[in-house]
Write a protein that binds this ligand. Structure first.
Ligand code: SF4
Length: 290
């Protein structure tokens, strides 16, 4: 396979064929993200992609495939349709293809473009919104307007492609913790996705945000502060039907359920820990990971 290391994928794609169709991230400016700092964004060579598909055909009957890298949905529509057509032709046992995509790529493809990709096998788009606070998004250099957010949610719904959205606890630091949590709950309600994943920010050495923290200009909330953010976000979520997961390795308290059905139960669980201040049920720092 023509991998350009390091390779990242969503946790739920652990057993998928990871197919390199792009390298890096076309944005690559978010101050907290170190995933693609060593890569320059580019489309992979189509002959190489076809070779990788042949290699996958000869090794394992993957049920799922994930198109690398950080925002492969930003690749041109004809390029993506060629890749998906080839997967369908040579790997007919693949039932779902996934991809990372942000608001820019979703708005660019539109209902029509995403619908065409869905007909060719695209089954899920993973979108890291990270925050719903305008100020936090501006500071971390991932700005998106409320109107863009509303259009993004509408396009995803109308396209029929499953939509998974991730946000990051702690991204506003202690200074913007309330604004971040409230804005994120609101944004998730606007987007109304099928899956919601909350991860907890861990500072990555070499990123602009880590440097800011070293200078004392950014401070992460502590474990209870992260839990308060989780509570505020969850309380603010008003969605049609979504699987809610805050049980990633980075999170202090694993929380998972279906919304809106389990909302009160999950809130009560968080409230119990906040009220007692009992941190024995929180994941110790050494067990957390990205
Ligand atoms: S967070 Fe996403 S959009 Fe931002 S640099 Fe990282 S991969 Fe790119």
């Amino acid at each position: 396979m023509h991998y350009v290391e390091p390779v990242f994928r969503p946790p739920s794609e652990a057993n998928s064929l990871l197919l390199p169709v792009t390298a890096g991230c076309s944005h690559n400016r978010c101050t907290f993200c170190g995933m693609y700092l060593t890569k320059k964004y580019r489309l992979m060579d189509m002959d190489g992609i076809f070779e990788d598909i042949e290699e996958a055909r000869s090794t394992h009957r993957f049920k799922r495939a994930f198109l690398l890298d950080g925002d492969a949905l930003a690749a041109p529509l004809p390029f993506l349709t060629r890749v998906l057509d080839r997967i369908r032709e040579r790997l007919p046992w693949v039932e779902r293809v996934g991809v990372y995509g942000d608001s820019g790529a979703i708005l660019d493809k539109g209902v029509d473009g995403l619908g065409r990709l869905r007909k060719r096998g695209l089954g899920i788009v993973y979108h890291g919104i990270e925050s719903g606070s305008d100020e936090v998004l501006r500071r971390v250099k991932k700005p998106v307007t409320r109107q863009q957010m509303a259009d993004t949610g509408r396009i995803m719904k109308e396209s029929g492609v499953t939509y998974s959205v991730m946000a990051l606890l702690g991204l506003g630091g202690t200074e913007l913790t309330e604004d971040h949590a409230q804005g994120t709950g609101e944004a998730l309600s606007i987007l109304d996705p099928d899956y919601i994943g909350l991860l907890t920010l861990m500072l990555v050495p070499g990123t602009a945000l880590a440097r800011k923290a070293e200078k004392g200009l950014f401070k992460l909330p502590d474990a209870m502060g992260m839990l308060r953010e989780l509570r505020t976000i969850l309380a603010g979520i008003d969605v049609t039907n979504a699987r809610f997961s805050a049980n990633h390795a980075s999170n202090y308290l694993p929380v998972k359920g279906d919304l809106p059905r389990d909302k009160e139960r999950l809130l009560a669980m968080i409230d119990h820990v906040l009220a007692t201040g009992d941190d024995s049920c929180l994941k110790p720092e050494w067990m957390r990971a990205l």
